[in-house]
Each structure stands twice: as structure tokens, then as C-alpha cells.
Design a protein. Sequence first.
Length: 417
Amino acid sequence: MTDSLTPLQAEQRLLVLELFGMRFGLDRMRRLATALDHPERAFRSVHVVGTNGKSSTARMLAAILSAHGHRTGAYLSPHLGSFWERIRVDDADIAPDRFAAAIERALRAAQRVNRAGEEGDVVTQFELLTAAAYSELAAQGVEMAVIEAGLGGRYDATNVIGSEVQVLTSVGLDHTRWLGSTIAEIAREKLDVVRPGATLVLGAGLHPDAESVAELLAAERGARIVHAGADPGVPVAALGAFQRRNFAAARAAAEALLGTLDPAAVAAAAEVRIPGRMQVTGERPLTVLDGAHNPDGIAALAEALPEIAGGRRLVAVVSILDDKDARSMLARLTPICDALVLTASRNPRSLPPSALRALVAPAGPEIETVAEPERALERGRALATADGVVVATGSLYLVADLLAPPQRAAGRQASRL
């Protein structure tokens, strides 16, 4: 590669790798880290794992660390608009040109790894992006980094860091094809990130089976357990009880890493808002986008919505991918809604609106189907009326479509087909 990549070219290189799918294991990632001179060792780190709440907790934790005067990085997934949203330094996404340069460094390292490996055993998209993130965080001189796991924990590409603190936000039956069919199995996969002698922070409301696994594994590895509780101790700007629980977990993790916290810094960090999670995008009607994309996520949303709606007419605009438990998700959402507008995001794995409609109980709320996401949201707003509330949910891809400019959304659709 003689010419420097542009940000668009860097994204295109990543999208090409998506075609090769996922391959679990840490050998390629370890070789990548070696080829890059181990950037993951340049900063202290906290590893955030869980089924739901990871991104919110990671952003909140990074905000607390930054508010205490530490140069803080974060690596998050997935993104809503552009890949570079996943790599952040001091509460800002990295610049697109820095992202492109980091991907270029990782690509050069990947070429070496691929040449040395067996035929067909090539670096994956997530491995390349993770290596680029670690390289960029080290290059920008961050002191501490909050790292969100992608899928699971044990064989997740992020799991080459020597984290001092680990956070388990929640455990639910999602991604069972890869992680296991029970809460205990999934918890064990996620909790394999726990290091000997580390501190493990457990989020509030954790399933008892996950709690049991955490206690056993912590005992095996000599790790200390901290129960975060549900009370964040300060008012939290992010909407919903589940975000207050996430902030409580973030605060506990920051305290485990830093020791005594400055109350003023914690209060300042509590003002952070999370893109795509209970994100308010309009008024009259109040319009909220939330990327809940599995039954537990929808249950947390359903818990939060009455507090926000306050008895007003509530309309949900819903899209769900075909690998999710759509029936359970709709069953949790429909009892609190006055109307549903069923749609499909531009992701080709989105269920057709007609398929969603067949999963709603006959005695449920009034239902309409609108194929195109933007028009579905418009229809939802009309049904809610100016004094009501409309929430778009069921898929992060739906949220991304609704946040993206039309030309960007069209480009994303073409790249994934």
C-alpha cells in the first residue's frame, strides 16, 4: 500500500472483510498485537462484557475517568454511522483521517499475520478493527481505556488486554448459537475475561445463575467481586432506570480502578448521553430512538417507557432481525403501547413487516405496516399526535437508518447486500 487510505477506503476495506464472517480464537489477534508491538500494553484498561448495557456502561465509565483528569480512550461496538465512532479519546470520536491511518497500520500487520498463517486462516474484520483501535489509543497516549467486548468474552478479539477491572453488565439468552444455550454457559463465556487478582464489577439485577458463575470463577482466579447496586448516587441525564443501573456499574468500576472518586467529577460525568439509547430526536410528539434488540433489552425499555410517557399515548415503530426472538420482543412491548408501526431496516436480515405482524397477539394494540423506516417513523409520529410519545426500537440498524442522512443510509444498504 503506497498511497494513504482515505476514511471511505478504510471503511470499504473493513466491509470486504465482513464477507469472510466470524472465526473465534485469539491466535490471530495475538499475532496482530505482536506485529503492532503490543499497543494494548500501553494503557491501563477496563473490560466491559455482557448481553445488554455494554456500550452505555463503557461510555459512562470513560466519562467518569475523563472527568477525573485522565486521558481516556474507549473502544465500542457496534457503530451507528461510521466505523470511527467505535474509537474515542476524551469523549470524542477520533478524526476520520486518524481512523484511516490506524486501519492502514493494522492492514500492514494483518498482511504479515496472514502470510504466516495457514491458507484461509485470515484476520477477520473485528480483529482488524480491534487491532487498529488499540494501535490508535496507544498512539494518542491514553492513560486508561475502556474496552467493550464484541461477542462473548473468552474468544473475543478484545480479550488480549491485561485489564485490571472487568464489568459484567447483564447476561441474557442472546447469540446462543455461539455462546451457549443457558444463562450459566453464556456467563462463563463472558466472564473468561476476568484476570487473576482483578476486580469484577457485577451490574444490578444479574440473573442468579450468572451470579453463581461469577462467584465460582472469581474464587478460582482470586478476583474480588464488587456488586454495583441499582442506585447511581447522582441524577443521570440518560433516560430510563436501566441507564441509572448502567451508571451505577460504571461508577463502581471507576472506583475500583481509581480509588476514591471526586463527587463533582462523577456528577459532571452523569450528564453524558448515549447515542442510539433512549436518544430524544424530536418533540411534539416526543420522539425517542432506542437500539434494544433482544428480549431483555426490550424488557428494560418497556420498564423505562411508562416513566417517560407519563400516561400519554405511546406508539412504537419496530424492526427486528431474523435471528432474534421477535415473538418474545413483541410480547414485552405491545402491552404498554397504544399502537405499533411495523417496518424493516435496510439490513437484509430484517424480518418483513408482514412477518412481524403475524407474531403480534390478535388482542394487541392497533397495528400498521410501513416498509420504509423513515416513512414508518413519520406515520408513528402522526399516530402518537403532538401530545404523545413515539419510540423506534427493535434493532440498532433501524436506529442507524433513522439517524443517517438519506445518502448515507443508501450507501450502507448497498455495502451489506
